[in-house]
Design a protein around this ligand. Sequence first.
Ligand SMILES: [Fe+2]
Ligand SMILES: [Fe+2]
Length: 312
Amino acid sequence: MDASMLEEVVQNPNPYPIVAALAYDDVWQLCLQARTLAWDAAVDIDWAALREATAGLPQEVREAGAEWWSLRAWMEHGAVPYGAERMRQAVFEHLPFEIKQHVANFMVEELRHHEASFRIADALGGYQAVPRSDYFQMIIPKYHDERDEKAMSFYAGMAVNTLFEQLSGELLTARYRNARFEPIRQACKLILRDEARHVLFGKILMRRFFDGLTAEEKELLGKKFAKKLRGSLLNGVYSVVNLPPDERRRSARARTLAAEYGLGATHPDEEVQIIADALKVIREDVAPHAVPIPIIPEIEGPDAAKRTLAAE
Ligand SMILES: [Fe+2]
Ligand SMILES: [Fe+2]
């Protein structure tokens, strides 16, 4: 074998000692809930009913819905490779059983959110395995940058991730309210139930670990949060504000159409408001731990409202 290839072989971490004694009872309670509240995206939602109920919608609307739910499916999938890296880290750092169990649950749950989302897209006329826009193909691989994750400790990084869970939970709640078709409502509701546990995990981490961080680590954490939000999540996933103008208009039009027909989407203006409100809550949540979150000008600045399609 070529020597340069040998260098690329990833070494498995030494798992020993493998810690079985429970250290965090509140995390273990979340694991027990996850077992009780497990659901199956293939069988617990009536996909045939969704297909039937949406068959008569205008083609343009079906396509807009399929594009929107494909995008949600790609986003949910982004949490899977992220979770896999965290699992490897949890093994390598000999973290207690309940932490590994939570990360395993998190991955399985995000994968079923992905599944529920692509099944909705399928019922609406076809899941798109690859984004049609070049821009999305470029931006989606950047949702999870392992270099940013590795710059933080395991618990700090996971806490940052759960701040995003909070944001996406608020957005999904609005999409649940928008959904006029029962199977889409059901999917949103089941996803939200899982996300509530992910958010709770973040709150536990903040309570347990944030006070042990140095001021520099806290500053880094706030910066990483802002970087991920501005650099990738406002580029079409949470909101369209940071997309290039052409793509912003096209994307905003598609999700406006999907929202008008109650396909579980949100109007671009509504999204900016939801993110602004959620950011306020997040700032309040991290305030007792003195984690400084930089201002997000696209959302919180004076010109924020002018950036979406409707206001142009
Ligand atoms: Fe999810
Ligand atoms: Fe989640």
